[in-house]
Design a protein around this ligand. Structure first.
Ligand code: ADP
Length: 291
């Protein structure tokens, strides 16, 4: 099964071009859709989830025409939106059972399906608590349980790790990596770490355009020898920003001192040392339009 997206376009009424000729081939496994806020990720996710229409283009999932045959997509889709509403006093087991009814899971199977899913996402012992009382990480795991109802072949998770603390994020990564084997899981995120940890394929998008599509390792290989690093003083940051502009692709503080990374085909001859490229550098060199 593959999801094939061709020349998808969407312009909102206010003139914002949220998708511009987006074409992607998405195989089974975990697929990272990486882009900063406002890149067009949610627009793409919501279009694939049949919640809104594109202006033009096509998307096919196996032999399903995603943009036209919405009922068929919905039967095989699991969707974890950025925010999902929960009823105040309803327990996880009741809510999942209710969602299973809506998904059309037959009465005889429902109890077993609901129990198995709650165990799978590690919420069994909390099943009688209200979902509204859950922590962020527990809520997202509940979100995965509901997305898995009905054995979907396509699972879409929109910015699932925003707001999770590092421990919760790790547990959530483990859960996602377990489900991504025989299905297509599209993970939209602005957090490079998410893609690094989980995804065998990825796309980087910005301003509604695909800037890179392929394996993360291939993007790293293409950047080898082009990242140059230097530790500078805090007071020098603006100087370097002026000097290198968009080619200054990342900076981080290590023990209170800024370490900057610059994109350059050759040694800038400015006291820099060659540095290994990370996905962070790939991301910012694409977003800044220098690579
Ligand atoms: P992301 O999920 O990557 O943050 P979005 O798809 O939400 O990006 O948004 C892409 C662009 O479209 C942004 O500039 C956003 O402000 C704009 N946008 C999103 N939804 C609407 C809408 N309903 N009407 C007008 N503009 C929108």
């Amino acid at each position: 099964m593959q999801l094939t997206i061709r020349n998808l376009n969407k312009t909102y009424a206010n003139g914002v071009k949220a998708l511009q000729d987006v074409s992607l081939d998405i195989p089974t496994g975990m697929y990272g859709l990486l882009g900063p806020n406002g890149a067009g990720k949610s627009t793409l996710m919501r279009t694939l989830a049949t919640l809104q229409d594109a202006d033009s283009g096509s998307a096919t999932l196996g032999d399903i025409d995603v943009l036209k045959d919405k009922d068929a997509v919905r039967r095989t889709l699991g969707y974890l939106p950025q925010e999902f509403g929960v009823y105040p006093r309803i327990s996880a087991v009741e809510m999942l059972d209710h969602l299973a009814v809506l998904k059309g899971i037959p009465g005889g199977e429902r109890k077993g399906v609901v129990s198995a899913l709650l165990q799978r996402v590690n919420l069994w012992e909390h099943r009688k608590k209200a979902v509204s009382s859950y922590s962020g990480g527990m809520r997202q795991r509940f979100g995965i349980a509901q997305a898995l109802l009905g054995d979907p072949k396509l699972i879409i998770v929109d910015e699932p790790t925003a707001g999770l603390d590092p421990g919760e994020r790790n547990r959530f990564y483990n859960l996602l990596s377990e489900i991504g084997e025989n299905v297509i899981v599209i993970l939209s995120t602005h957090i490079v770490e998410d893609v690094k940890e989980l995804c065998s394929n990825m796309a980087i998008i910005n301003n509604g355009q695909v800037l890179y599509a392929g394996a993360p390792e291939a993007s790293l290989a293409a950047l080898q020898g082009k990242v140059w690093q230097k530790t500078i003083a805090k007071s020098e940051i603006e100087d370097y920003q002026q000097r290198y502009g968009e080619r200054l692709i990342s900076s981080k503080l290590v023990a209170g001192k800024p370490i900057i990374n610059v994109y350059s085909n050759d040694d800038p001859n400015d006291g820099f040392a060659a540095a290994p490229a990370g996905l962070e550098e790939v991301f910012f060199s694409k977003i800044n339009g220098v690579a």
